[in-house]
Design a protein around this ligand. Structure first.
Ligand code: SF4
Length: 364
């Protein structure tokens, strides 16, 4: 078997490939740390195609780190709403405030300092430093792990601390001495996203096809080796109470606590049972009608939640004494930071009679 693609040829081939075949028109490909940082945080758990729209709206709403730092938390969550993993938005806001307060509005220029900021891990810090400040810093996101495991035939299971250490060491050893760091870093990202895909990698388009260990083994998809999953996610369920006033057609929304699922977002109140939800509704006004809408599932990292929406129309509604929330029109509600499945539920029912509403699609 040929030698594994090592330095300096690894970097040289990658950069040449990136210049010819890589992506050059992404809106965040600029030497502006605010822009690069924002895109890197958005891309941590989300595909480029999804991020593009959110990114454009977010930058239009918060064009500078100062604007983001000064924004109310609700405005940041509303702009983030739908991207999921809301801790990222909270860290983003906190990070912007620290950059303004401690660094005078200028992002630090080294990966080491960047990694001290909220929400910026070592790979994200390295990407910002490489793209914006030409630092010779290694990235190691999930795509890069896959590329390195395949090119270098690493069959240790991931995720594991030992394999991660090994991959970091490899990523550092492959860093170019005198090559455009932005092109190198972008090349790794592009190769993982567009060619060395998890399934059916496009090996014939790859600059490492001639000596990639995984390709030469005849089964490139075999790598990386994943640790066996710990079984199916635990299942939970909840009743989501959609209180609607008649005839005004306002809805009742409550702000979720700062911890737990959907932290700090506005949402429909949740109950363990239909009975609890109905009793609560009766305390809020005279019940005119009630209807169970189709249940749907939402998948979180550590569990799956089956949501049973219950729509109850109330005459002369009022606020239950112990609840913190507000009555809003749906048009007002969708301007707030809402969990994606709640937003979908409301939007689908803005134009569709609830009895005929289609099932809510599963959300990732
Ligand atoms: S040759 Fe195939 S498996 Fe190897 S790095 Fe390239 S795309 Fe991935």
């Amino acid at each position: 078997m040929p030698a594994k693609p090592g330095p300096p040829h690894f970097a040289t081939r990658l950069v040449q490939w990136q210049r010819q075949h890589g992506r050059h028109d992404l809106p965040w490909q600029v030497r502006d740390a605010y822009v690069v940082w924002l895109s890197e945080i958005m891309l941590q758990q989300t595909q480029v195609a999804v991020v593009a729209d959110y990114f454009a709206r977010f930058i239009a709403r918060f064009p500078t780190v100062q604007a983001l730092a000064a924004a109310p938390p609700d405005a940041v969550l509303a702009a983030w709403s739908g991207l999921g993993y809301y801790q990222r938005a909270r860290n983003l806001h906190r990070c912007a405030q620290i950059v303004v307060e401690r660094f005078g509005g200028m992002f630090p220029q080294t990966a080491r300092e960047l990694a001290t900021l909220p929400g910026i891990g070592p790979s994200t810090a390295a990407a910002i430093a490489a793209f914006c400040f030409d630092e010779r810093a290694a990235i190691l996101d999930g795509n890069v792990q896959r590329v390195l495991c395949r090119t270098h035939g690493i069959s240790d299971p991931i995720p594991s601390a030992a394999t991660t250490r090994k991959l970091w060491a490899l990523a550092h050893s492959l860093l170019p001495e005198a090559v455009d760091m932005a092109a190198y870093t972008q090349g790794l990202m592009d190769l993982g996203a567009t060619v060395c895909k998890p399934r059916q990698p496009l090996c014939m388009q790859c600059p490492f096809a001639a000596d990639c260990h995984a390709r030469l083994s005849g089964d490139p998809q075999r790598l990386p080796v994943r640790k066996p999953s710990r079984g199916a996610r635990p299942q939970r369920s909840t009743v989501m109470l959609w209180l609607r006033s008649v005839p005004g057609e306002q809805i009742w929304l409550e702000k979720r606590p700062p911890h737990g699922i959907w932290p700090g977002l506005w949402s429909l109140p949740q109950f363990e049972t239909l009975e609890q939800a109905t009793v609560h509704a009766a305390q809020c006004g005279r019940m005119v009608s009630q209807r169970a809408l189709p249940a749907f599932r939402h998948v979180f990292t550590h569990f799956e939640l089956t949501v049973h929406p219950l729509l109850i129309d109330l005459d002369a509604p009022q606020q239950a004494a112990e609840r913190q929330g507000q009555w809003l029109s749906i048009a007002q509600a969708v301007q707030l930071g809402l969990p994606a499945p709640v937003r979908n539920l409301l939007l689908q029912n803005m134009t569709t009679a609830p009895a005929d509403a289609p099932p809510i699609p599963h959300q990732g």
